[in-house]
Design a protein around this ligand. Structure first.
Ligand SMILES: NC(=O)c1ccc[n+]([C@@H]2O[C@H](COP(=O)([O-])OP(=O)(O)OC[C@H]3O[C@@H](n4cnc5c(N)ncnc54)[C@H](OP(=O)(O)O)[C@@H]3O)[C@@H](O)[C@H]2O)c1
Length: 323
């Protein structure tokens, strides 16, 4: 596993990190989940990415994996980077979401209890809140770091002007922004067109990109239909059959390029996210050990050539989708 410096900072992240949004909730096969966590760690994935509400139900991914972390990984705590986030819908009432100090710091305490940890490595503001002064949200991140409940602060999905302001504000509070977490894949390149990746590179802020496979659309399962058991067939509201249909021409075109390179579409998709100099790590989801193994094998691929990048841009040009 290659490890990349997180922007200019001293921390290194594995080129591929593992996300826990899906596949670790109460309805999932947690024996397989445990095997996925072991396999990931054995193959060098030192970075596990959670959020308060991953499941379903909300909180269950942290609770289920907290048990596994305690039982199987306690002696490896210093070899692992555990991230969590607050800001999306989590509990009922006025304090259960968004960017207030009350929400962020209560949520962090809840996450630590579910994960059975004394601290997390990275604590994120999960989304911008148009109704809370940035000062309040950044103040909560700074408190999380200064209290030792989080080692580093991260920001997810903020638009560029707000991101710039947040980074400056944290700096004034004596806390640096370690990392930014945006969606980024061949079908969703908004962070490129918005100038966010360039800003991160210039500032030396790390970048861990999520949904590199567009939730599975950039794999070979949707080339012609919607297979049973896939995310689009499970209709949990995150990936719909209509979205797959909309993108099928691009999916098929990109598949052609991957075939010409002698690799699968998912390998092309992962390798493509890594070609941008701002990207520190690519955050994947996996439903089984075999899926994870396959994704990790993409690290053996040849780099994408300029001619191949040009062909990719013709099929899947950068637009503001996914900013
Ligand atoms: N900050 C944020 O707001 C935010 C938002 C979303 C995600 N994230 C983070 O990013 C992580 C990754 O997101 P994601 O799950 O959308 O990532 P993804 O890597 O784009 O999609 C993962 C899905 O692709 C399919 N897949 C994976 N490997 C495969 C393979 N080898 N062959 C065929 N299909 C394969 C599986 O879906 P099937 O079940 O269909 O097989 C899997 O669940 C999340 O877990 C979370 O940590 C953050």
């Amino acid at each position: 596993m290659p490890y990349n410096k997180c922007g200019k900072w001293g921390l290194k992240l594995p080129a591929i990190s593992l996300g826990f949004w899906h596949n670790f909730g109460d309805g999932d096969d947690l024996d397989e989940g445990r095997r996925i966590m072991h396999r990931a760690f054995d193959r060098g994935i030192t970075h596990f990415d959670f959020a308060n509400n991953y499941g379903p139900p909300y909180g269950s991914a942290e609770r289920n994996c907290g048990n596994i972390l305690k039982q199987d990984f306690a002696t490896h705590r210093d070899e692992l980077l555990i991230a969590t986030k607050a800001g999306h819908d989590m509990w009922s009432g006025p304090y259960g979401e968004w960017g207030s100090r009350k929400h962020l710091l209560s949520s962090l305490d809840q996450s630590l209890a579910r994960l059975q940890l004394d601290y997390v490595d990275i604590f994120y503001s999960h989304r911008p809140d148009p109704d809370t002064p940035l000062e309040e949200t950044m103040g909560a991140l700074a408190t999380a770091v200064k209290s030792g409940k989080a080692l580093y602060a991260g920001i997810s999905k903020y638009p560029l002007p707000m991101l710039k302001e947040a980074v400056a504000m944290l700096k004034d509070m004596g806390v640096f922004t370690l990392i930014y977490q945006p969606p980024y894949n061949l079908l969703s390149r908004g962070v490129e067109t918005a100038g966010i990746l360039d800003f991160l590179k210039e500032e030396g802020i790390g970048c861990v990109v999520f949904s590199p496979l567009a939730q599975g659309m950039l794999t070979e399962k949707y080339l012609t239909g919607i297979p049973q058991g896939s995310r689009a067939a499970r209709s949990e509201g995150f990936l719909s059959a209509e979205q797959v249909e909309e993108f099928r021409p691009q999916i098929q075109g990109l598949h052609g390029i991957s075939q010409a390179r002698g690799e699968s579409l998912q390998h092309l998709a992962l390798n493509w996210t890594r070609h941008h100099a701002a990207v520190t790590s690519t955050l994947v989801g996996a439903r089984s050990v075999s899926q994870l193994d396959d994704l990790l094998d993409s690290l053996q691929s040849d780099p994408i050539t300029d001619a191949q990048l040009k062909a990719i841009n013709e099929i899947a040009p950068a637009t503001d989708r996914g900013e």
